[in-house]
Ligand binder design. Structure first.
Ligand code: ZN
Length: 235
């Protein structure tokens, strides 16, 4: 299917997801109950990676919030929405932890953590990885989401769709383009389709406040969930 047609379908998906968001207010247990009663159970597994965690907090925002915590909040919201859309999910982490399995020093634990994330992704057949991160930069004027893709089948198409949809819905006027994830261990080692989404800049005070807010986190998750669903339906 052409990209134009994908984009044409997006408003429909966004509407569906926004309607489902109402349900997101009633809590995870209720969402699980609703999701289990839905007739649709799709074949792809969505692996959601909340970047960093535990000893590795990632970046620190301009108000002192750790990236790892925001990544986890957004990842858990995304999990709910993907369930509501009928997808199985696998979470790399659901708490503030590093997922290392060995190592004594922090450096060794970080290496083990990365290898474990790769192992989880590569052991899952027919999966799509969505890795959630936040950006930061020395100049606090910079903002906007940016999507990076693995060098695996269809990752670039998914990243392109996500990037364009994030710009048209949340980052109007942004000229950011998706990029290959050079230098990111997880993205270089995975064999499945995968993208890493830097949701915004923690160094930009306006965007940082948005990224900490419930409503903006929900908006981001709506855009990601709708885009992933459109991508899968048209793959
Ligand atoms: Zn990060």
């Amino acid at each position: 299917m052409s990209r134009e047609k994908w984009i044409g379908l997006l408003p429909f998906y966004l509407l569906v997801v926004v309607l489902l968001l109402g349900a997101a207010h009633i809590g995870s247990d209720a969402i699980t109950t609703i999701a289990e009663s839905l007739p649709v159970q799709r074949e792809r597994t969505i692996i959601i990676d909340a970047g960093h965690g535990g000893v590795d907090g990632g970046a620190t925002s301009c108000t002192g919030v750790l990236e790892s915590n925001l990544n986890l909040q957004i990842a858990l919201r995304l999990e709910d929405l993907m369930h509501l859309l009928g997808y199985q999910t696998k979470m790399i982490r659901r708490e503030d932890i590093s997922v290392y399995t060995e190592g004594d020093t922090i450096a060794q634990k970080k290496i083990s953590d990365l290898k474990e994330r790769v192992r989880i992704v590569n052991e899952t057949d027919n999966a799509i990885l969505i890795s959630i991160h936040q950006n930061t930069f020395s100049d606090n004027r910079y903002g906007g989401a940016q999507v990076f893709y693995a060098n695996t089948d269809h990752s670039r198409e998914l990243a392109n769709l996500l990037q364009n949809t994030l710009i048209s819905t949340l980052n109007n006027g942004s000229n950011r383009q998706c990029k290959k994830a050079d230098g990111v261990y997880l993205m270089k080692q995975i064999e499945n389709t995968g993208v890493l989404i830097e949701c915004g800049f923690l160094s930009n005070p306006t965007e940082e406040a948005l990224l900490r807010s419930d409503i903006y986190q929900k908006h981001i998750c709506c855009v990601i969930a709708a885009s992933v669903s459109v991508f899968i339906d048209n793959a």
